[in-house]
Design a protein around this ligand. Structure first.
Ligand code: ZN
Length: 196
C-alpha cells in the first residue's frame, strides 16, 4: 500500500509507546511533509539526545552533564535519598518543590512475572551509596503490586544497615503512578510518609 521506505517509517512510529497504527501513519506523513531543514532538525535532535544523555553515575537519573544537577548541587540534603522507578517520577517530585534530598532511579521494579529480578534494576548502585551520611531512604515506587513489593524488598535490605526506610502513601491512590500524581498530592505523600 505504501512505498517500502515509508512503510518502514510507519512501523518505527508504531513501535513507540501509545502510538497506534493510525497515529503512526499520521506521524510518518507529517515527517514526509516536513521541509528538509525541519526533518534534519528532528533527526538531529534524536541523535543528539542519544549521544549526549546518559545516566548520572551516582543517582542513575538521565543527565547530559558529568553529574545530574541534583547530585552536583551543594544545596541538597545528602542525608535523604528518594528512590523512584523512573526518571519521570523524579521530574514529578521536583515539581512539588517540597523535597530537597537526593534521588535514586531504579529504572524498573522487581517483577517475577516479567522475569525482572533485583539484579535487573539499579539496586546495587543504591546500596553502594548508603554511607554514614544517609539517614533515610524514601521508597517512592508506584503504589502497584510490583512497586509495593520492591519497596518492601529494599526496606528489608537497608534496615539492618541502620538506615530508616520510609514509604510514601498518603493521597496516592492504590495502583497509582507517581508520574501522574498532581503536585499537591505528591507533596502530601512525601510529607505523610511512614516508616517501614
Ligand atoms: Zn545524579
Amino acid at each position: 500500500m505504501y512505498p517500502e521506505a515509508l512503510r518502514l517509517l510507519i512501523e518505527e512510529f508504531e513501535r513507540l509507546p501509545g502510538i497506534g497504527k493510525k497515529s503512526a501513519v499520521r506521524l510518518a506523513f507529517h515527517v514526509m511533509n516536513m521541509s528538509d531543514e525541519k526533518a534534519e532538525r528532528f533527526v538531529g535532535a534524536v541523535e543528539n539526545a542519544r549521544a549526549k544523555v546518559h545516566l548520572c553515575p551516582v543517582c542513575q537519573n538521565l543527565t547530559d552533564g558529568e553529574l545530574c544537577p541534583v547530585c552536583a548541587s551543594e544545596k541538597r540534603d545528602r542525608s535523604v535519598i528518594c528512590v523512584t522507578e523512573g526518571p519521570k517520577d523524579i521530574v514529578a517530585m521536583e515539581k512539588t518543590h517540597e523535597y530537597n534530598g537526593l534521588y535514586h532511579c531504579l529504572h524498573g521494579v522487581i517483577s517475577p512475572m516479567d522475569n525482572i529480578g533485583p539484579e535487573d534494576i539499579k539496586l546495587k548502585e543504591l546500596l553502594s551509596r548508603l554511607n554514614e551520611d544517609v539517614k533515610e531512604v524514601i521508597l517512592a515506587t508506584n503504589l502497584t503490586v510490583e512497586g509495593e513489593a520492591t519497596a518492601m524488598y529494599i526496606a528489608k535490605l537497608i534496615k539492618p544497615l541502620g538506615v530508616k526506610a520510609t514509604r510514601i502513601a498518603h493521597g496516592i491512590p492504590v495502583g497509582g503512578d507517581i508520574e501522574f500524581a498532581d503536585e499537591v498530592t505528591l507533596a502530601r505523600a512525601i510529607e505523610g510518609r511512614r516508616e517501614l
